[in-house]
Design a protein around this ligand. Structure first.
Ligand SMILES: Nc1ncnc2c1ncn2[C@@H]1O[C@H](COP(=O)(O)OP(=O)(O)O)[C@@H](O)[C@H]1O
Ligand SMILES: [Mg+2]
Length: 269
């Protein structure tokens, strides 16, 4: 931790001109940036932007899976707790492990003693509404339940920053609303820092404290909107005129980027 450069003690993450280039053979793709973003401790930040604009690339950089090719990414982390964990759209649950063993996975890697790991995993299973399914295998579960397992597993290690990459994109519309409610409920219990990527502006506005609109590739921040709705958020928020008005405002910005992306034939992922 560098106390000199930390803007203030509430800052958890700062991306400063972060860029990522991919080189394959002779062609270079500027996938991301320069992207500037600051996230405060405990904030729920949603990223929306056209397909292929670099959102997943950014999460991989935050997760430490991929170095930036320019710029800096600073995280201010507390000692002794997992830094980040990631939830993906449609993988991450191990088919050969039971629900309990899947949720315990990160704890096993961290060498948490089995008894404590089982207790912690069981607690997260209960909080995600999966009690009774501890011994089930993923193949016997619906897509929505498998995503609950993935979320329970990511949260069980108590990451300081939870990264979610379109986690609900593969489930049907009703299940998506249910999963949003489940996530809101567990998040509101301890408000950890979340960066949540979604295609759905509605989802971003229901979940987030902020919605960050990312431009067509290479992704830069084109708008950073504070979502003013009270918490805990009620299910009928979507039906309010305030919600519709904010949705329209943000969509006006996002639509330009989606069109730019289509025009450039950049919707490559
Ligand atoms: N490992 C890679 N090698 C080459 N190109 C990549 C790689 N990963 C991503 N890209 C390219 O970078 C761009 C951004 O990808 P991605 O971050 O997955 O976008 P998003 O998640 O916003 O849809 C895309 O054009 C994609 O094809
Ligand atoms: Mg992606």
């Amino acid at each position: 931790m560098d106390a000199k450069t930390r803007p203030d003690t509430a800052t958890k993450l700062r991306a400063n001109g972060v860029e990522r280039q991919f080189i394959s053979g002779k062609s270079k793709v500027q996938a991301l940036g320069p992207l500037d973003l600051t996230v405060r401790d405990g904030e729920f930040v949603c990223l929306v932007g056209p397909s292929g604009c670099g959102k997943s690339t950014f999460l991989r950089i935050v997760n430490g899976l991929l170095p930036p090719t320019a710029g800096t990414l600073d995280l201010w982390l507390d000692d002794g707790r997992a830094a980040t964990s990631m939830v993906f759209q449609d993988y991450g649950v191990l088919p050969w492990k039971t629900v309990l063993a899947n949720v315990r996975f990160g704890l096993d890697l961290a060498k948490v003693p089995r008894k404590e790991a089982n207790a912690r995993a069981a607690d997260w299973i209960r909080r995600l509404g999966l009690a009774g399914f501890e011994k089930a295998y993923p193949a016997t579960l619906s897509g929505g339940m498998r995503q609950r397992v993935a979320i329970a597993r990511a949260l069980a290690v108590q990451p300081q920053i939870l990264l979610m990459d379109e986690p609900f994109a593969a489930v049907d519309a009703q299940m998506r609303v249910v999963l949003q409610e489940v996530l809101l409920k567990v998040w509101e219990e301890d408000r950890r820092t979340v960066i949540f990527v979604t295609h759905s502006l509605e989802e971003a506005l229901v979940l987030g404290d902020r919605v960050v609109v990312v431009s067509a590739r290479p992704g830069r921040v084109v708008a950073d909107i504070t979502v003013p709705f009270d918490r805990p958020r009620a299910g009928d928020l979507r039906g309010t005129p305030e919600f519709a008005a904010l949705h329209q405002d943000v969509w006006d910005v996002l639509r330009d980027e989606v069109q730019a992306s289509l025009a450039a034939g950049k919707e490559s992922t």
